[in-house]
Ligand binder design. Structure first.
Ligand code: C2E
Ligand code: CA
Ligand code: CA
Length: 574
């Protein structure tokens, strides 16, 4: 009896302990957001625990066979790996895990399976833990999205584009097809950004990007590189996916304005460059580069245009790059010299003065034209040291002539926009004049219309100051820019240089004659002096004399020449 009571007490105590343990286990399970599936193979028992209904609300598992009901609860592409996990015990492996997405398309689940085997390698127990990892997974997806997509437009980004274009190129190589790359850039986008604000700028980029996305198809990738730059790759272009067709549709669309969320209407134009595999380039990055280079050509020739790849454009570009690299070295080594071209009064043929023209002899002895390198120097800023050198060197030389030959001459200097824009410019000129003891009336600064147009008020203000000091101002290349006679009236200038293109056309073209005659007539009335540039023949000289042109400069009377030849010229005058 005693024995029995003892047994009962013992059982009771054990039960209590078990209950306590089970409670604890349940608590652990319930407080975690996981779900568990427990199987005991010996007893053929199956149990679902914890948060089961979150994962599989409509799946009741009562026996082993029910487990198969779970297969259809994951997305189709995960069914196979999921089955393998659920049947892990058959593989003899004791632990494994995998990630599946449920059929709702949203919930990501990590499944961890542990199997216990007996000494004969027969499975005895198995537990599967289901853990919801959607939050983490979606964040990850977002990162993947951001790695391939541009957030602003929803288009692919440059990374993706480059990768995909590489696939197109590989395929085109196999299938002997063409791949076209279209590089598109919104014209004057800076004006939109600066004038209307970044928010409007972004919205324009977004709306235009959304419009471009309509071209997306199996054989067309549309991407947004950055700012206002888009790139389209077309595999085997033809029909509605030909470059011509796409460009036409874009052109039609941008004829009507984009309407911003504020109701504001913005009209844009775009420039495009096109390069095709295999004609333009064989590699992905080269193709994109070529398309970009020719796009710049479209911009340079008036924007709102499309430019197809053309080898000379690429050569020009490469030449410019070479010049740019050499230029920095030349500035450092001061590989420049000056030439001076005489200018004469018409009629008396008296020397008026000289125009200083820079010369650059490359290390290998080749002469590089200033028409070629000055625009590059303006772009990369080297025009500042180059311009200062020209100023000092020419004024120094000029002062030397003055000491030797007491002629009243004018030194004309070409000044670029960048130089005019620098705040120390006026003081620098005045300082140089003082340093070499030349009089301001002997110095003439040449300015082109483009400089004026870009920064009208700032430049005109400076010109007034310079003229107040007695320095002469000359408007160079007149006739190539806006050439409106009406705006000349208020300009602080003394001289107007008629561009060579007019002189070239003058004798053969009636219109050019009418224009040049009225320019000279008007300019005289305004009180400016006229200088005709690029006069190459006696006939031109005589014609200009007949219509009252004041001065001429050109090969007919004298080519640009080195300093010593000018000295000879001056000594003949004595
Ligand atoms: P530009 O100021 O219009 O200079 C006149 C150009 O016409 C010079 O070319 C000159 O050699 C050329 N020329 C003069 N007469 C004749 C002629 O009868 N026939 C022909 N075919 N050409 C003639 P260059 O020296 O090659 O200079 C080209 C341009 O480079 C200049 O045009 C000017 O814009 C720029 N440049 C030259 N030197 C400087 C400089 O020191 N500073 C700056 N900023 N620009 C310069
Ligand atoms: Ca000039
Ligand atoms: Ca000129």
């Amino acid at each position: 009896m005693e024995e029995l009571r003892y047994q009962v007490d013992l059982l009771g105590a054990m039960n209590q302990k078990l209950e306590k343990e089970e409670r604890m286990l349940r608590l652990v399970c319930d407080t975690s957001s996981n779900a568990f599936l427990y199987m005991n193979f010996e007893e053929k028992e199956v149990k679902t625990l914890a948060n089961w209904s979150f994962f599989f609300p409509d799946v009741e598992i009562i026996n082993m066979k029910d487990v198969a009901k779970l297969y259809s609860k994951v997305e189709e592409r995960y069914v196979l790996p999921f089955k393998e996990l659920l049947n892990l015990e058959k593989t003899g492996i004791s632990i494994s895990s995998g990630v599946v997405r449920l059929a709702d398309g949203k919930t990501w689940v990590e499944c961890e399976v542990s199997v216990v085997y007996d000494t004969h390698k027969n499975p005895t127990d198995k537990v599967i833990r289901f853990k919801n990892i959607s939050k983490f997974k979606n964040q990850n997806e977002e990162l993947t999205y951001m790695a391939y997509y541009d957030v602003l437009t929803g288009l692919y980004n440059r990374n993706y584009f480059v990768r995909h274009l590489a696939d197109y190129v590989r395929k085109a190589e196999d299938e002997k097809r063409i791949v076209a790359v279209m590089f598109i850039d919104i014209d004057d986008f800076r004006k939109i950004n600066d004038g209307l604000g970044l928010v409007v700028g972004d919205e324009v980029v977004q709306q235009f990007g959304q419009f471009l996305s309509t071209f997306k198809s199996e054989n067309v990738i549309v991407s947004h590189f950055n700012a206002d730059i888009y790139c389209i790759a077309i595999y085997d272009p033809r029909g509605t996916r030909s470059v011509e067709h796409i460009y036409k549709v874009i052109h039609e669309r941008i004829r009507t304005p984009f309407v911003m969320s504020t109701g504001q209407e913005i009209t844009i134009s775009v420039s495009a460059g096109v390069a095709e595999y295999p004609e333009a380039a064989k590699s992905t990055l080269e193709l994109i580069n070529c398309a970009e280079i020719v796009m710049f050509k479209a911009k340079g020739s008036g924007k709102n245009a499309i430019q197809y790849f053309d080898a000379p454009i690429l050569n020009d570009f490469l030449q410019n790059v070479t010049i740019e690299n050499k230029l920095k070295e030349a500035v450092f080594n001061q590989n420049f010299t000056l030439n001076f071209q005489p200018q004469y009064h018409v009629g008396t043929k008296k020397l008026r003065g000289v125009e200083a023209l820079i010369r650059w002899r490359d290390n290998d002895g080749a002469m590089i034209s200033p028409a070629l390198f000055i625009p590059i120097a303006e772009k990369n800023g080297t025009i500042v040291p180059i311009g200062s050198w020209v100023l000092e060197e020419s004024i120094r030389t000029f002062a030397e002539w003055k000491r030797n030959y007491s002629e009243n001459l004018i030194l004309s200097l070409n000044i670029s926009a960048i130089q005019y824009r620098r705040h120390e410019f006026v003081n620098m000129i005045l300082g140089m004049i003082r340093k070499y003891n030349v009089s301001p009336e002997e110095i003439e600064l040449e300015i082109t219309e483009s400089v004026l147009i870009e920064n009208f008020h700032e430049v005109v203000e400076k010109l007034h100051v310079l003229r107040a000091h007695g320095i002469r101002i000359s408007l160079d290349d007149f006739g190539t820019g806006y050439s409106s006679l009406s705006y000349l009236k208020g300009l602080p200038i003394d001289t107007l240089k008629i561009d060579k293109s007019f002189i070239d056309a003058m004798l053969t073209d009636e219109n050019a004659r009418v224009i040049i005659e009225s320019i000279i007539y008007m300019v005289r009335k305004l009180g400016f002096e006229t200088v005709a540039e690029g006069v190459e023949s006696k006939e031109q000289y005589e014609y200009l004399e007949g219509i009252g042109c004041d001065c001429i400069q050109g090969f007919f009377m004298g080519k640009p020449m080195p300093e010593n030849e000018i000295q000879e010229l001056l000594s003949e005058l004595i």
